[in-house]
Design a protein around this ligand. Sequence first.
Ligand code: WTA
Length: 652
Amino acid sequence: MTEHQLDTLLSEQRRFPPPEGFARRAKATTALLQDAARGHQEFWAEEARALDWMRPWDRVLEWTPPHAQWFVGGKLNASVNCLDRHLAGPLRNKAALIWEGEPGDRRVLTYWDLAREVRRAANALKQLGVRKGDRVAIYLPMVPEAVIAMLACARIGAVHSVIFGGFSAESVRDRVNDAQAKIIITADGGYRRGQVLPLKRLADEAMAHTPSVEHCIVVRRRPGGEGDESFAGMTEGRDHWWHRLLDAASAVCEPEEMDAEDLLFILYTSGTTGKPKGIVHTTGGYLTQVATTTKYVFDLGPEDVFWCTADIGWVTGHSYVVYGPLANGATVLIYEGAPDWPERDRFWSLVERYGVTVLYTAPTAIRAFMKWGTAHPARHDLSTLRLLGSVGEPINPEAWIWYHRHIGGERCPIVDTWWQTETGGIMITPLPGITTTKPGSATHVFPGIVAELVDNTGRVLQAGGGFLTLAQPWPGMLRTIYGDDQRYQDTYWSRFPGRYFAGDGAKLDEEGYWWILGRVDDVLNVAGHRIGTMEVESALVEHPAVAEAAVVGRAHDLKGQAMAAFVTLKDGYDASPSLKDDLKAHVSHKIGAIARPDDIFFSADLPKTRSGKIMRRLLKDIAEGRALGDTTTLADPGVVNRLKDLYEAQEA
Ligand code: WTA
């Protein structure tokens, strides 16, 4: 965030009290806050009782910092909570999933349909030798099978590791190897902006170097045209069509009794090193937090059509496309493709067609909609919407107001929700019906969550700017980093001993409202996606021309942050526009298109401190065209000025 943006944010004076009608019927009431005030363990235990348990827990929390166990001794199954318990009553024949593919193909699965497909998929996995505790990688576009596959894993106690469909073959390979996955579930293709994403081919490339993988299951989308199955390049014995396996599988499958602390999933996310971290989530606590936050933050129930626009490959997709809304018996809309395909009103035509009641999306999308103009939403009837959500990055007040006015018709409360892959569920958020919101502020902690602002010595601050920390364990917290508990302890618990440090800077105003200012570590947030600068730097230096690389974020109107890479070349290579393109393509190929740098600057040197550390802050200043700060610690201060001149020349 630039200083200008920060000033605008903090001078925001507008207030939006909950609309009267909403407040009267809202699921979250002030009584909820009183319950939470009695103690966070009691609060979460009360909420956990709303789930179906096969065996009750003995103790709510066992806390041996930094390791927490929630609902110790309790047994449950996540798929039962999302499906089976809805089948006895009126939800049985209600839509659980409404799906629309980018080309316009559609499917609706009732709760009964979804439960049946999940059991068949679970049996198919078992037949391929998957047992409780085994890891299954899911590399799919946004199709119903992605949800079915996740819940099928949950049913038999397999641990899913969903890999975003936009990741490259190498990224898939690394994640599959880290988790030692036995199975990859993928598709012959998916659609994005009219293009076919050949996932199976990428999976094939990955599988050339993933010895743990025994089988690959392929969902058929037929991107090669009707009847064409050759597109997927099936390998006899290893690869199986999803539909054939399921056709042959029984629809009877008893759920595995899972310990509250058994793994539900691993999800890889970027950190401050070159290697993504496998964030580990377990069953009981995670499900409790996502079910509870879904109910109160989105005010969600069976009458709702909930559309969380996140891809299933991110935590938002896990918690608020799959587990949270299905646990609450809602109808979930999933859409495969881009918001501007074929036209820039696709989202609004979906809201209108399916009567979406609650929409949850990202500021980067809202800013794009703003740019595209109000005519697109104005063409559609959006009157079914009653609540709007935002997630993934700080939302600027201007975008908030636009969302409120042009999408919410000035009648829908907005919940700006702060959380992370690591927190599993929402942590700081308004409660619609209770909270008076301020555009740009995520407002207050969710009941049962204890967040504290600290200064750089770890002293707790009541107001002002500092670091966002969590002072008490919460049910949905990550339990560890897969295979690397030391890294878990170092990354999250060492900066401020006894506290979880989220990596975000924040401000608390005089009225106790949280304003999240974004990452203070080497993690970028580009269009709501987390990208580690080190990951991109390691990808760049793997290119034969590159000697050294430093990647920083710079403020960007639409994406929040854009990525600027400063590169020094090896002898014998010349800076050229085509080399720039080549380097960008190289990073896309290595990591995935989301990590493609926006700008590349060639430079003879990089500014370093005397101890050899690259001065990223300085590069950021340069990339954002700001006046240069103190450079007295630079080994070669001349470097900075040369860089600055160079930047300005290349910019022109
Ligand atoms: C940022 C996504 C400001 C933050 C759920 C955090 C936000 C990172 C907000 C986690 C918000 C998320 N306001 N910043 N409402 N929500 N962030 O793991 O920097 O993909 O640390 O989880 O996104 O990103 P992740």
